[in-house]
Design a protein around this ligand. Structure first.
Ligand code: 6GU
Length: 287
């Protein structure tokens, strides 16, 4: 059986107000740093940091490689707020808890979300270290009846039945392509379909085959429920995956994916990811 959000609008306002009372920065762009990709937040200047455990009503993070803090600061002249570490379903949090920081971002005044993640590449064209900009997702956990928006709807966040076409903003995807071209990395930047599975185990070969057949290009353990929550409250979304391993659909292959290699690829791509995000942020027109 599924639990429903225990966060009222008023509780999330308390979280947001706690932050607004302690930082003068007013970001319009929120960034979620994926596994091994926390260094994106390290390129911020004039930072103010809030460990999750200090923020009213925030869950606390448990996974290695996720420090668990909100970082406010500037990417050159643009004010942003970063989640350095996110909440994962496999940690035991329900989906509505995993995606609660997205609503706090909204209440802080954010209009654009950049969600990043580490993912396995199912599309055989993808190589380790490539970037896949998410053009769409398949909500596998939603198919199984699990969704962050279950339970009574608060219309102050958004509608009962939010549409999910155009979840990934076309203009932002275009900006991503332009930035990739400017940086001379178009050959390693793709557009594809992402799916999230609950984890913590990686997929079997049969499962990967199935996902590949339904048109999934990359598979991870996050982002989809955050994007659903973001679109519900009308944030504009840009998301990308760092391909940390190739999913081999071969029963006889002995390679095994592990968390360490996932983290290492993030480290290896640190400068590229920082530059990619910086340039995208510079181009986003916020009102
Ligand atoms: Cl192969 N699967 C999932 N679910 N998440 C991942 C991954 C694979 N590689 C990195 N993250």
């Amino acid at each position: 059986h599924i639990s429903h959000s225990a966060y009222s609008f008023e509780m999330l306002l308390e979280s947001a107000q706690y932050l607004l009372d302690r930082v003068s920065i007013r970001p319009k762009i929120g960034i979620i740093c994926g596994s091994g990709m926390g260094s994106i937040a390290d390129s911020l200047t004039d930072v103010k940091t809030f460990p999750y455990e200090e923020i009213p009503h925030f869950p606390s993070s448990t996974v290695k490689g996720h420090v668990g803090q909100l970082v406010f600061g500037y990417l050159e002249d643009v004010p942003v707020m970063c989640m350095q570490g996110r909440f994962h379903y496999y940690e035991g949090y329900p989906l509505w808890k995993c995606s609660m920081p997205v609503r706090v971002m909204k209440l802080v005044g954010v209009s654009h979300l950049i969600a990043t993640n580490a993912a396995g590449g199912l599309n055989s064209k993808y190589k380790v270290g490539d970037i896949m900009m998410v053009r769409d997702h398949v909500n596998m956990m939603g198919f199984a009846g699990n969704n962050p928006l279950q339970g009574p709807n608060d219309d102050r966040f958004g509608p009962r039945f939010p549409p999910m076409n155009r979840a990934y903003n076309k203009e932002l995807l275009e900006i991503g392509c332009q930035v990739a071209s400017e940086m001379g990395i178009s050959d390693i930047v793709h557009r594809g379909v992402y799916t999230c599975l609950g984890g913590p185990n990686f997929e079997t070969v049969a499962e990967l085959k199935m996902l590949s057949m339904v048109g999934v290009d990359a598979v991870g353990m996050s982002t989809v429920h955050e994007v659903i929550t973001a679109r519900h409250c009308d944030l504009q979304v840009f998301a990308f995956s760092l391909i940390t391993n190739q999913c081999v659909i071969d029963d006889d292959c002995h390679d095994e994916v592990n968390h360490e290699e996932v983290m290492d690829v993030g480290k290896m791509r640190q400068p590229l990811l920082q530059e990619f995000v910086l340039r995208i942020v510079q181009r986003i027109k916020t009102k």
